[in-house]
Design a protein around this ligand. Structure first.
Ligand code: GLN
Length: 422
């Protein structure tokens, strides 16, 4: 099976530049565990895909290598940061692609491109060979055109790996094979009130229609509150930038990628290399992350963010005492226009309002094509429904997605760039 890889997954001998000038020409000497396992299972790696630099973005525009376009409307973003992998699957170039999801980077582009995307439970897929952005949040995550294909790929890439100490010592994820795959009687689904409230009316309507299908299959829908959701984005931008500032310290012109000599001193080389190699968003985050970790500010910022992260996780624990799954929109809007949010970092960060909370909590979450909603110009664009499960219940997510994919007509429609009709 042909598979495309986000350009932050190491593939021996193949340029893995992470969307950054700093890693231009960098060829890793080894394969990431997920790549090694795919190849061992017979997959053929056909190419590396476009991304926001080091995974920092929601539109794939923060890259040193141009901008990818949404196959449903080429004036719009495919989402990000794994935009290229989403496009490759939505445009029919490959049936399967890997990305990484730190705050939504697989689920959000899957939603905007009308394909399936799954962020497994943190620690279920090895991060060995995934170039680090924010290590407590990064998860290798697949895109596919069906829930069945997600099950297939997850069975290959998940499972213990002693080369990643955060990878759980568990066997690969096994699919659930219920006797009656289309019956969801007894399944309690919590509809996430804050995600629904964040969504544009058309997105809300498409998700409601998909949830009504879930109810027809026998599931019981109940509202859930998740009261700390509004703090998730600010918390994420403290935790993720802190970790990024530490992880990206290694790019100093010594061991990896690009080197700029500068004034000839060692400090001068570090400064000149980082100044020339990193783009504006990466620099912004390194500054932010260094600040929140600095002496005197560490407790006020980083320490507090860690405590709020716990509150966000406890929101889900409370919800899962009552329900089996949480559901809601993946993205508050359909695909937005290229350039529309590029000048406003906060507007860009808010694109992830519904995906960041599950990242902070480490939970498995899947986006499936639920239907379509009209953009402001009337054009019909894909809408993703997000399903979230308790930790380690990845198989439950895929079982429910499989039941739904059989009754929703969205997956049958194909992007115009894939020969589909609008
Ligand atoms: N858009 C978020 C960010 O910019 C999430 C990115 C990701 O998941 N890699 O950090």
């Amino acid at each position: 099976m042909p598979v495309a890889l986000k350009s932050n997954l190491c593939c021996a001998g193949v340029e893995t530049h992470c969307g950054s000038k700093l890693l231009a020409g960098y060829r890793p000497p080894y394969d990431a565990t997920c790549v090694e396992r795919l190849v061992a299972a017979g997959a053929v790696i056909v190419g590396m895909t476009h991304m926001d630099e080091f995974g920092m973005g929601s539109s794939s525009e923060n890259s040193a290598y141009g901008v990818p376009r949404n196959p449903w409307d080429d004036a719009r973003t495919p989402g990000g940061s794994s935009g290229g992998s989403a496009v490759a699957v939505a445009a029919g170039l490959v049936p399967l692609a890997l990305g990484s999801d730190t705050g939504g980077s697989v689920r959000q582009p899957a939603s905007l491109c009308g394909v399936y995307g799954l962020k497994p439970t943190y620690g279920r897929v090895s991060r060995y060979g995934l170039v680090a952005f924010a290590s407590s949040l990064d998860v290798v995550s697949p895109f596919a055109r069906s829930a069945r294909d997600l099950e297939l790929v997850l069975g290959v890439i998940s499972g213990a790996d002693e080369r990643d100490s955060t990878c759980q010592p568990l066997p690969p994820i096994e699919p659930e094979r219920p006797a009656e795959p289309r019956r969801l009687t007894g399944l309690r689904v919590g509809v996430a009130r804050p995600y629904v409230e964040a969504a544009a009316p058309g997105v809300r309507a498409a998700c409601d229609a998909a949830l009504a299908r879930l109810a027809q299959l026998g599931a019981e829908l109940v509202p859930v509150d998740l009261p700390h959701t509004e703090y998730a984005i600010p918390t994420y931008y403290v935790v993720a930038t802190a970790e990024a500032s530490s992880n990206l310290a290694r790019y100093d012109g010594v061991a990896y990628g690009r080197r700029v000599t500068g004034d000839g001193t060692l400090q001068g080389m570090f400064a000149a290399t980082r100044d020339a190699g990193f783009g504006a968003e990466v620099k912004r985050r390194i500054l932010l992350g260094t600040y929140v970790l600095s002496a005197g500010y560490h407790d006020a910022w980083y320490g507090r963010a860690q405590r709020v992260r716990t509150l966000v996780r406890e929101d889900f624990e409370r919800a899962f005492a009552e329900v089996d799954l949480v559901a809601g929109p993946t993205s508050p809007t359909v695909a937005f226009r290229l350039g529309e949010r590029a000048a406003d970092p906060i507007a860009m960060y808010r694109s992830d309002a519904c995906t960041v909370p599950t990242s902070l909590a480490g939970l498995p979450a899947l986006s499936l094509p639920a239907g379509f909603a009209a953009a402001e110009d009337g054009r019909e664009l894909p809408v993703g429904l997000q399903l979230v499960a308790p930790a380690l219940q990845d198989a439950r997510l895929m079982r429910v997605a499989r039941a739904l994919e059989d009754v929703l007509d969205a997956p049958a429609r194909r992007a115009p760039a894939f020969g589909g009709a609008r």
